[in-house]
Design a protein around this ligand. Structure first.
Ligand SMILES: [Fe+2]
Length: 377
């Protein structure tokens, strides 16, 4: 496994000197990082670690409730797109999806993810908190734009919305600004992605894994997969365990944030792959219990013995608008074709991979993906 650090993109430079050559260089760095790795680390001084910690505490308390209480917040009729998803519901698409199994087979054996072929759903829970603005037009996908669920327990109800919104907005601002940087870095108008996702059903989407129940090394908490949305952004988790695959080399990278400072991890999703005609590929990742996870559990137990031992991922899914017509941008698709097989290695990790991107509404793309992961009938 590679100990390599991902490229670090400085959003502060873009914020403070938009239009300067330094800023343009940072934009190109962002675009290239997504083409080469499918992922990057983002430095944004506006983001507060305290807000992330307050958010992680709230979610630990929420998922520490009995399952019967959590169950009241499930909305299976809405494809679980708001409220809670309990453990053993979501299946990694790869477990039964041949093109994805082929990708694993083509990886160097030393770089492969933990074996997901047993077809087990993920033992992780999730909460979806919608952060998007409702479209001012009649959407063809009302189910993907449903009202949020607020937990009932009195000790959670009061603090829930302000904490979720505060952290959610910090991540949303960061990822939208990064989207603008990437657009500029790709030679597009800065508003290209931001505009296409103006009414997207963006989600603050923490996952929760019970580290008492799933305390064995090499347990898969979330099996090898890509995200179905446009860009995913993560704050720091209290427990390591996220592995991502660099798109250019197929090497597995264990994600490590710089020890201090305001950093976020960003990974490309399927909607960006589709819109860029495969120039930027959605990044594969998994969450597992590894040696570092277990050490973090021991440290946490010693420091705060009364706190729940639950791994919360500080995750936000940024989406394109459901009614947006998803089709490759010509200039990017041409570049993707030109790069395929290019000796520099840019974006050429897997020449066998699918590269047909049929035009469709974003809402249909999302519904197709949700069926694959067993969240929609
Ligand atoms: Fe994911």
């Amino acid at each position: 496994m590679s100990a390599q650090m991902l490229p670090v993109v400085n959003l502060d430079v873009f914020q403070s000197s938009s239009g300067s050559s330094e800023s343009l260089q940072e934009c190109r760095k962002a675009a290239d990082a997504l083409i080469v790795y499918g992922a990057l680390l983002l430095h944004d001084s506006r983001v507060s670690e305290d807000d992330n910690n307050t958010f992680l505490d709230l979610l630990e308390d929420y998922f520490n409730q009995p399952e019967s209480v959590l169950k009241q917040d499930e909305r299976p009729e809405l494809g679980y797109q708001v409220g809670v998803t309990l453990e053993n519901t979501e299946k990694p698409k790869c477990a039964a999806h041949e093109p994805c199994l082929d990708i694993i087979a083509r990886l160097d054996p030393a770089e492969r993810p933990l074996d997901i072929s047993a077809h087990q759903p993920d033992p992780k829970c999730r909460f979806f908190w919608k952060m998007g603005d409702s479209p001012p037009y009649e959407t063809a996908f009302p189910g993907l734009n449903a009202e949020n669920v607020v937990p009932q327990a009195s000790e959670l109800r009061e603090r829930w919305s302000p904490i979720m919104d505060r952290w959610g907005w910090a991540m949303k601002d960061a990822v939208e600004d990064l989207g603008e940087m990437v657009a500029i870095g790709l030679g597009l108008h800065g508003d290209t992605f931001r505009g296409a996702g103006k009414y997207g059903p963006h989600l603050l989407a923490p996952t929760a894994s019970d580290l008492v129940k799933y305390a064995e090394k090499d347990t898969i908490l979330a099996g090898f997969h890509t995200d179905l949305n446009f860009l995913t952004i993560h704050g720091r988790s209290r427990y390591p365990g996220l592995n991502i695959w660099a798109r250019n080399t197929g090497k597995r990278i264990s994600v490590k944030f710089p020890p201090t400072g305001r950093y976020l991890l960003v990974q490309a999703g399927k909607q960006l792959e589709h819109l860029s005609g495969g120039l930027i590929k959605a990044g594969y990742h998994e969450v597992v219990v590894n040696e570092d996870t277990l050490q973090a559990v021991e440290r946490r137990k010693a420091q705060l013995p009364d706190r729940p031992l639950i791994r919360i991922s500080s995750t936000f899914f940024w989406h394109l608008s459901s009614d947006y017509d998803l089709a490759p941008i010509r200039a990017l698709q041409d570049r993707a074709r030109a790069l395929k097989g290019h000796p520099t290695g840019l974006g050429k990790v897997d020449l066998e991979e699918e590269s047909v991107y049929e035009p469709m509404k974003v809402g249909h793309q999302v519904q197709n993906e949700l069926r694959h992961i067993a969240l929609l009938a």
